[in-house]
Ligand binder design. Sequence first.
Ligand SMILES: Cc1cc2nc3c(=O)[nH]c(=O)nc-3n(C[C@H](O)[C@H](O)[C@H](O)COP(=O)(O)OP(=O)(O)OC[C@H]3O[C@@H](n4cnc5c(N)ncnc54)[C@H](O)[C@@H]3O)c2cc1C
Length: 443
Amino acid sequence: MENSENIPNSCDVVVIGGGPAGSHAATLLAQRGYEVVLLEKARHPRPMVGESLIPHFWKFMDMSGATPKIEAAGFLPKAGGITVWNGRIHQFSFSAFGYDRPALHVERDVFDHELLKHAASQGAAVFEEVNVTGVDFSDEKPVVSYHSMQDEARGAGQIQCRYVIDASGNNTVLAKQFKSRKLVAGKRTFLGMWGYFTGGNYVGVDGSSYGPESVGKVPPVTFISSHDDGWAWHIQLRDKISVGLIINTSNVKRMGKKEMETYFLSTVQKIPYFKELLEPATYVEDSMAFRPDYSFYSTQPAGPNFGCIGDAGAFVDPIFSHGCQAAFYSASVCAWAVEASFRRPDRAENYGRVLQKRLQQHYGFSRSLALGDYGGDGVDPALVIDLMKSMPLVELEMMLVASDISNRSTNFHEMAKQAGIMEADFVNGVMAGKASVLDTLHV
Ligand SMILES: Cc1cc2nc3c(=O)[nH]c(=O)nc-3n(C[C@H](O)[C@H](O)[C@H](O)COP(=O)(O)OP(=O)(O)OC[C@H]3O[C@@H](n4cnc5c(N)ncnc54)[C@H](O)[C@@H]3O)c2cc1C
């Protein structure tokens, strides 16, 4: 996306990063008439992992007006999830929960690019290949420093603004600057690694496998399997398959990229059912990538004139495909906090505190769900229970059912009970949406 304008010296809001969180926040604020400058380090479309979206992401697309563009992009609808966890097979289908729009498997480079273009179309000034290097908060108005990586004429520069939104993802620009980035105790030893295959088989919601000729005719499920010290995913996209492993970092310690790739390719063959699914597949050369720091959060995610949203505020094991959902949610709440503070600058401190609580609350929910944590180390169970009381029942129902598929759900169910949520409360009934236990898969 070309922007021939010069980066301005001042604006209302600077957004650092143009992933789902940054684009969504920039869109909402530009639509409300604020001057928004979004600085993105990469040039989109840029590669990104995290291709499985859960159906409630649509409400955020409706909110930003991006729905027609995402529909037109033609991503692959998915039918549900199947997991093989410690040998036990669970299956659930989104249709059982009454969703009228499908969940999707998306190529993230395309999806994120659509959202970034949407932000620009709504009035945000988007500049790509611009790296934000830090923010000076010593003045009442923050000053954002950047370096243009592509355009020498733009070079290094600064923008003064009223509010900074850090949506820099795993790079966590502000958390690093504040030294507030904290790895979740006991989880620092894990990393995610992934790669892409073409021509393989995939699993449908009936537990049967389908070949590449069925893509676009029979919707896939997100297929998850536990293994000796982590779990693995298989996500069918339109013309390739994303396969990933969450593993103990010690397994690949001191390995170079080539060795890691060899490790990756041999390990995926040992995961239950993956060997069969990938039998006819071809590995896309050099597509293996990895990311350490598998679960972290910032202890200072918001203040009167800044908010850290999406992964820049917190990141949790992606087992329930909750990352993009969390990015959109935190961006929406942050946009609310920005507008509220601009309207009532005398209450900006207060809105900063509200935003911080909301971010911590949603993070606590994601982490309780994904890791089974109950309290301490960044998770306040009382906040999570409050969120459970207020969220749409269909969303909570789906998450409760989804949590059953791993062995990490006991605390999550306990919190739901404390929130006064009983199975009888559900519109569709947990029984309707319940994951079924299958004897075998036909792959
Ligand atoms: C292994 C793995 C699997 C995952 N699977 C899923 C999944 O199936 N479903 C799901 O929903 N989520 C998944 N996630 C999580 C999901 O990918 C993230 O939660 C999501 O991308 C967060 O969006 P974001 O906008 O916060 O950050 P990002 O998407 O990371 O975007 C951040 C942007 O900021 C830019 N940036 C960084 N530093 C700077 C800087 N200094 N200056 C300017 N720009 C900068 C980057 O270039 C990038 O474009 C997964 C994550 C991992 C690691």
